[in-house]
Design a protein around this ligand. Structure first.
Ligand SMILES: C[S@@+](CC[C@H](N)C(=O)[O-])C[C@H]1O[C@@H](n2cnc3c(N)ncnc32)[C@H](O)[C@@H]1O
Length: 320
């Protein structure tokens, strides 16, 4: 269990808030405790889950374009770093980075990943930061003046509402020494391919989603019967996103953190959004955050893209 988050009053308060809303929802960041992070790594290996292998291929083939923003002395900051697997392509392709700073909310998984990376890259300064990337991120003060490139892969930005994503890009844009952002985004495509990627035949994504209920049982005194909920992935055309839901199989009352939460049969908890982009929709969010697309690297089937963003002339104010 993530000791840093055990009995986390913030988790209890946010979960209760969402479960008392109509429709019910819980922020997808809570899917990632150590168990959730480990299941996510299994998802990345599934035949239906094209994003990881496609993004990996783009990064491998375009390593020269990436080296342009990874000059010697650069600090590489990765947001939502998870198992830092794709990062190794960047670390292997770059020369004399000043440091690697993986940032993730999944505390124990982050520490274990950093430990493994230190064995593999003994000469690199690896300084993990446990943080919610939608808020202020306290980078190590010693790296304050250094040039920085941010890596934000996995289309994790697609989990965030537009305004949250743009505000986050705006905060990064104001960092001292910021030079570039390498951003992995999933592209709009046929609905069947998208739904299968989030509802695999082996049921791994279902286990990932249901782990949220297990986590609430473990950490905030909930008593969900996991067999009374099923996983569902839906395409929402209006918002250009895949949604993950947990569907109540019956009318039921579930104790959560001292409250009774009522579910009717078929009612869902909305647990994740995964927005799919076009170059134009990404450019619009980037512009709001003070960035422009310098390079847009894709695979031959245009399933996924790695965009290299550079600061635009104008930096957004803190309120924007
Ligand atoms: C979709 S996974 C991507 C993992 C990895 N970067 C990859 O590309 O395979 C999302 C990652 O972001 C982390 N994460 C999700 N929400 C977060 C938040 N609000 N703040 C910090 N990390 C978050 C998760 O713990 C997880 O490691």
């Amino acid at each position: 269990m993530d000791t840093s988050l055990r009995d986390d009053p913030v988790f209890a308060a946010e979960a209760l808030d969402g479960l008392r809303s109509d429709p019910k929802w819980i922020d997808s960041k809570w899917l990632y405790d150590a168990e959730g992070s480990a299941i996510f790594e299994e998802i990345t290996q599934l035949p239906e889950y094209y994003p990881t292998r496609t993004e990996t291929r783009i990064l491998r083939e375009e390593v020269h374009a990436l080296q342009r923003v990874l000059a010697p002395g650069t600090v590489l900051v990765e947001l939502g770093s998870g198992a830092s697997v794709k990062t190794r392509i960047l670390l292997d392709g770059a020369d004399h980075l000043a440091a690697y700073v993986p940032v993730d909310i999944s505390a124990r998984f982050l520490e274990e990943t950093a430990h493994g990376l230190r064995q593999h890259y003994p000469d690199l300064d690896i300084s993990p930061v446990i943080a919610d990337f939608t808020g202020d991120i306290d980078l190590p003060p010693a790296l304050d003046g250094a040039p920085k490139t941010v890596f934000f892969p996995g289309s994790t930005i697609g989990n965030l509402p537009h305004d949250t994503a743009a505000a986050m890009l705006g905060r990064i844009r104001r960092w001292n020494g910021i030079g570039a952002l390498i951003l992995g985004i999933d592209l709009v495509k046929d609905t069947g391919t998208l739904v299968r990627a989030y509802d695999d035949s082996a049921g791994v994504t279902a286990a990932f989603n249901l782990n949220l209920l297990k986590r609430m049982n473990r950490e905030i005194g909930a008593d969900f019967d996991l067999s009374a909920f099923t996983h569902e992935a839906r395409w929402n055309t209006a918002h250009s996103r895949i949604e993950m839901h947990l569907v109540s199989q019956d009318d039921q009352v579930v104790p959560v953190a001292g409250a009774d939460i009522h579910f009717s049969r078929g009612e869902t908890i909305h647990t994740e959004n995964s927005r799919k982009y076009t170059r134009d929709s990404l450019a619009a969010i980037a512009r709001k955050g003070g960035w422009e697309i310098a390079d847009f690297l894709t695979d031959p089937d245009r399933l996924f893209a790695v965009a290299i963003l550079e600061p635009s002339g104008r930096s957004p104010g803190p309120g924007e």
